[in-house]
Ligand binder design. Sequence first.
Ligand code: GLU
Length: 557
Amino acid sequence: MPVDYKYLSELLFPNVTMTEKELEEKYPPRDLPEGAKVTRFAPSPTGFVHFGGLFPSVVGERLAHQSGGVFYLRIEDTDSRREVEGAASALVRTLSHYGISFDEGVTEDGESGNYGPYKQSARAFIYHVYAKRLVAEGRAYPVFSTDEELEEIKTADKKAELKSVNWETDASARREAMFARRNFTIEDVERELSAGHKFALFAIAEGDGTRKRKVNDLVRGDLELPENDEDVVLLKSDGIPTYHFAHVVDDHLMRTTHVIRGEEWLPSLPKHLQLFSYMGWKPPKYIHISQIMRLDADGSKKKLSKRDMGANLDDYSRLGYCPCAVIEYVMTLLNSNYEEWRVQNPDKDYTEFPFNVKKMSSSGCLFDMKKLDDVAKNVVSRMTAEEVYENFLEWAKTYDPDFAALLGDRDYALSVICIGRGGKKPRKDYGTWLELRSYMEPFYDETFKVEDEYPENIDRGDIKGALTAFLESYDHNDDAGAWFEKVKAICAPLGYCADMKEYRASPEAYKGSVADISMMIRVAVTGRMNSPDLYTVMHIIGEERSLARVRSMINKL
Ligand code: GLU
């Protein structure tokens, strides 16, 4: 006897009380201007925020806010095994640290907006309304198995998907099993239910895997993917939906216009489109973001995986990257014309850039820490000294409290940060707060140390002589010009050349040049071979401390 699906739906979902009509009314189409996009970020709360997560979130945020639309946060916590306590709040905090703000959805301590609940675990009552309908229409059926058995089915399906099966041969056993699952009677179901057994719900696939269907991705264009001929699990035996079902129901009811997600979901797109069509709903537009790759030591490209440096957003906080620098870097990877725009608009906020989906690359972005560092240096060089100070202090309070204490003398710290700032060609000494910390070490006795050795080939007697002569002629009131004249004057008696041009013309005639003499003083005062303009540095450090360092170096030589 053919199964009475209407009856079956009542058997399986006796407690569904809401109707689809009620849900449609509760979550009406959004009242937004023409062309406004509704996007979302929909992470799973695993407690780990991957650098790659910034890509869909930045794209979603830009597309929504650039068009006067809505950007919301949905937490996809349907896999309780992967869930980590407090991860959702931490995620909201992390994203807001990166300046990514949501108009609605899950917040740090709850949620806001009219299209909730925004945590999938709280939406079972909604999914069941549609599950019941699909059963009533004969498009979904129950399977009474344990979750482990279902897991096995899923893994087998996944493997087959990856191997790109030959449908005539390899997959036949799997397909037979699938057909066997579809074959049941109402009596079987009644028996299982009265024994208290739980069921998973599968959707009947109508496609033919040997045929292709056209799908569209806004970045990749029209693609051809095999039709879906796999019965998709809609609900697991705990009644919680799979990603596939939740995606379709949620993005319909939350009125998402554009789904921006990782490319790992691209092969499942025919499944999703089939479900949209079963439901009679218009699917959203899709953008699948490529995986972030990195170059391996052997030059090959590898996926930026969890353990790689830079994969975890916490790495950036620890190293003291300004969140805006990380976002700036993400923008350069996302839109091919961003860097050009930045050169023309050095002072504008990145949100003023006209973000264009057409300029996104469909091949994987290559993560390059060096490039990030360059971007970070540029970003920091464009900040005001006050901005640098405030951000650095905040970072130091968490990651280096001893140094934060030194920063208590705000004016002194600012005088260091001001070196080479402003103007057309600002200095780019540091891109992270950790680098700034190192840059500032010579300016505090507490952190000053002689890091660089004098080169072996320089006569120790010459160094002593130069430093002694420097001390003797030093006058803190000299201006930069007079100061340098005195440094030059040290040269000749020691056999060094005071004029660089002359020195370059006949280097063999001298022991060295005024550059070497300056280096001797620089290492004594700053402990390093490289520093910003030494005259400026000495005037920040002050006469007493600078000369004390020179004296102490003389004694050590
Ligand atoms: N929870 C899914 C993931 O983290 C979301 C994919 C999507 O945005 O639809 O991969």
